[in-house]
Structures are given as structure tokens and as C-alpha cells.
Design a protein around this ligand. Sequence first.
Ligand code: B12
Ligand code: SF4
Length: 465
Amino acid sequence: MRILLIMPDAHMHKLRLGPFVRSLREAPLTLTTLAALLPDEPDIEVKIVDGSVDCIPLDYPADLVGISVITGCARPAYDIARHFRQRGIPVVLGGVHVSILPGEAIAHADSIVVGRGESAWPRLLEDFRRGRMKRVYREHQLPDDVLADVPAPRRDLQRRSGYMMPNTVQATRGCRRACDFCSVPAVWPHFLKRPVADVLRDIRDIPGRMVAFNDVSLVDDAEYARELFTAMVPLRKKWGGLVTADSLQDTELLDLMAASGCVYLLVGFESGDQTTLRGIRKNFNHTLAYKDLIASLQRRGITIQGCFVFGFDHDDESVFASTVQLVQELGVDIPRYSLYTPYPGTALFQRMMEERRILSFNWNDYDTMHVVIQPAQMTPDELYRGFKWAYRETFRLPRIVRRVSHPDIRCAINFVGNFCYRIFVRRLYHEPRFAQPYSLHDPGQPPAPEHWQVPAELEEVPCPV
Ligand code: B12
Ligand code: SF4
């Protein structure tokens, strides 16, 4: 049996030099984990293809195709599904977007997986082999909220040269916070932790020295984080990950992170305005503390990628210049900007629907690089122009030079990070997909009520293929 696992091209964070394509970000663990969940039997052949770094083999002679769907890639995922189904090959959809809008996804698939795949995907395969695949599979609730069922990813199937950070690992799932724009609380409402021994096993198996954590909020549970980082010290790896700004106030934890090899952290600062942070339920960030937090990371040799968002209700046209200035004053090593995007399932989506401010329901625009809501104090054009301008200003050469001038390891990471974003700025200004604030000619329709859940009559129903 041949199984083809696909992730559509996310069209972002890419370096393209002729035929050479590289994702400037971390490798996803999605397909390597799904492949690892397949039984190790000689009659099962699996191929994984991440469209962000490889061409999708549309003529592949698969018996079953699995496609992973995030919101920004839902349309191409449905197109790929249609293609394989027209060839008579059954298609399974899973992932974040499917878990939020299962009723939308099921119209494009023979079967869907809602939630994590660890228990549902093997059950689906077993049923498929017996010719009894059902329309819907759901994850089983974990008895003790411990992620003990995550297999070591099949890194051998992943194209190592395709990613800036090919060696990824995940220790936790979910986040205990509930920022209004974030999909995580909607998809994974519980914060789950893998046994430290399992995470260490995965890290030890990693061939290189550099490891990237894919966790959305790695130190949400400080006790767990301490246990993990202490155990990592003897491994002598270098690592990077995502953390919240408030967790950096724990200087003992910071020392431990540095001792365990942390060299890079991504932090969502989001805004320099405390009122905005309160409004988006991110009041645990304190703007007045930003400068000290950043300095204390840098003293420990840790590069900081600081993320800021444009388009909040308090933002007016002055926000672009003030943010560019703030980023410089704070000394953020690698700044990153996004647009305030109401992902389905979030509190922000709900509010914007009520206020009738969503301009586009075309999921292609949900990449945080398009304006999909009517801003409160600007036109969509002004917001989009200001967003691009802020990127261009921030990545002008003299500013980059100032940011990368450090005599330590940070210099190398900063240089690569800043160089990549400089390339991205060029794409923002020249690529047709970034020409308009949103898809003016195809803004799509809001999800229908039946898209939010699977019709009851489809649960437990065998699939006709
Ligand atoms: C690596 C990564 C990427 C990669 C790959 C994205 C992808 N296709 O997954 C890249 C760099 C391309 C990327 C880009 C972006 N990303 Co991203 N990314 C991640 C990250 C950090 C890790 C993914 C991962 O490895 N997860 C671990 C695996 C094991 O979990 P999983 O993917 O959920 O898969 C499990 C289940 O969902 C299920 N499953 C998933 N797919 C399938 C398919 C089948 C067939 C089956 C059976 C089961 C199944 O089984 C798996 C095992 O349990 C996640 C956060 C996270 N920790 O998940 C964010 C995340 C997926 N990204 C997110 C976002 C918002 C973005 C960006 C907009 C951010 C940005 N501005 O850069 C862009 C999107 C661009 C676009 N055009 O849409 C959001 C998605 C929100 C949403 N509603 O879609 C997430 C959840 C982070 C967050 N804080 O909300 N990202
Ligand atoms: S933005 Fe970060 S801190 Fe906020 S809910 Fe999402 S993962 Fe948690």
C-alpha cells in the first residue's frame, strides 16, 4: 500500500534561487509524525512531500493520500484533494483548520481527522486496510493529559536540505493563555506535556547540533521547563524556541536555558501599547519591561526575534513609525511584523463577525501578510502600505548592520535572520500575491453554520470509497 502525505505550499519564508528552494523556517513535524504512526510493515510504503520545499507529485500512484491543512493553505489543500479524488484515490484531511471547521473540510475529503492524529490516524489506517474507512475520526482524550503517545518523527523521510532549521522537536502542546487572535486555545484547549525522557530520546536522535522546538509556548509550565532544560544540559546541543515575554522575567530559568544551549528565542511582544495588550488579552506582556528582558537575553548570548502586529483597534497611522523606532530602541535582533488576523475559531473572529468587519473570507489571505479586517482607524490600504513600509524601513542596510554587529554567536544568527527578512521585503513589494491588501475580486463567503461541525449523520458512517 502506497501512502502519500502532503502539506501544501505555504508561499512564505522562502529563498528561491533558480531551481533551488529553501524554507527559511523550521521543518514542520506534522508529516514526519504521521509517517511514524504507520505500522512498520513491508507492504506499507510512505512518501512525504512538503509543498513549501518540494513539488507535489500529482501523478503519484498512491492508494491513500493524507493532506495537512492550516487555514492559510486550506484552498490549495482542497484543490489538491480534488485532483487526487478525481483520479479515484481516497483523500484524508487533517490538521488545525480541519479541527476548527470540520464541516467545511469534509466536503473536500473522503475522511477527516479532527484533533491530534496520534490515536485517530492508526485507527483510520486499520479501517482503510479492511475496506471500512469511516468519514470522521476524532482523537481519543488522553487519560492523564500526558502526551505519552508521540512517536519519534521519521526524519529519514524529510528533505534535510530544504529547511533553515531541519531538526525540530516538540515537548508540549497548547498554551494556557488565550490571546484573542490565536488559534491555539481553539484547537488545543489543554496544555499537554510529553514525558521528558521521550523528548530527550528525540533530541539525542537528531544528527546535527542545532535543535528547534516547535512548541507554541515552551515554558508555559516553568517546573516542566526546568526539568527539561536541566536534562538537556549534558546533551550539549544548541536550541531555539518560542516563549512568552513574561516567562523571561524568571532569571534563574533564563540561566538554565542558556546553560542548556539556548541561542535563539522568538517572543510575541505584539504591541508597544499596554491598552492594546489588555484589549487582546495579552496583558501579561508589560511594555515597560521589554527593554530589560531583551538585554538580559542578549547578555546570555541569546538572539531574540521579536514579533509585533499591526492593525489593532488602537493603531492609527502613527503606529508604523513608532514601532520601527521602538524595535530599534529595544535592540530587537530580528524584528518580525504581522497583520492582526481573525483566524476562525478565535475570539477575534467572533468579535469581527459581530462587528461585520471581516473583509475577506478567502483563506488564501489568512497568512498574516494581508489585511482581512476593516481597521478601526485606517483604511485597509493605509494599513497595508504602512505595514510594508515598516518592514522596508526596518530592514534597510544601515539598520541591519547595527543589529548584526556583535562579537558572539548571536552575530551569525542575526545576520542570517536579517538577510532573510530583507529578501522577504523585496517579495512583499514585488510579488503579485502581495499587491493588494486582500483578494478584492474573490473575498469568499463566511463559513456557513454547518461548517463548524460535522453533520451528526456522518459520524461513524463508513466511507463509500
Ligand atoms: C512549522 C510551522 C509552520 C511551517 C509549516 C506549516 C504547516 N503546514 O503546518 C511554516 C513555516 C510554513 C508555517 C507558516 C505559518 N504558520 Co505555522 N506553524 C508551525 C508550527 C510552529 C509547528 C507545526 C508542527 O510541526 N506541529 C507539530 C505537529 C505534530 O502537529 P500538527 O501539525 O498539528 O499535526 C497533528 C494534528 O494536527 C494532526 N494532523 C495534522 N495534519 C494532518 C493530516 C492528516 C492526514 C491527519 C490524519 C492528521 C493530521 O495530526 C498531527 C499529529 O497529532 C505550528 C505550531 C504547532 N506547534 O503546531 C504553527 C502553526 C501551524 N502556524 C500557524 C500560523 C498562523 C502560521 C503563519 C500564518 C505564520 C506566519 N506569519 O508565518 C504561516 C502560514 C502561512 C500560510 N500561507 O498559511 C498557526 C496556524 C493557525 C491556523 N488556524 O491555521 C499555528 C498553529 C501556530 C499558532 N500559534 O497558531 N508554520
Ligand atoms: S499567542 Fe502565544 S501566548 Fe497567546 S494564546 Fe497563542 S500561543 Fe499562547
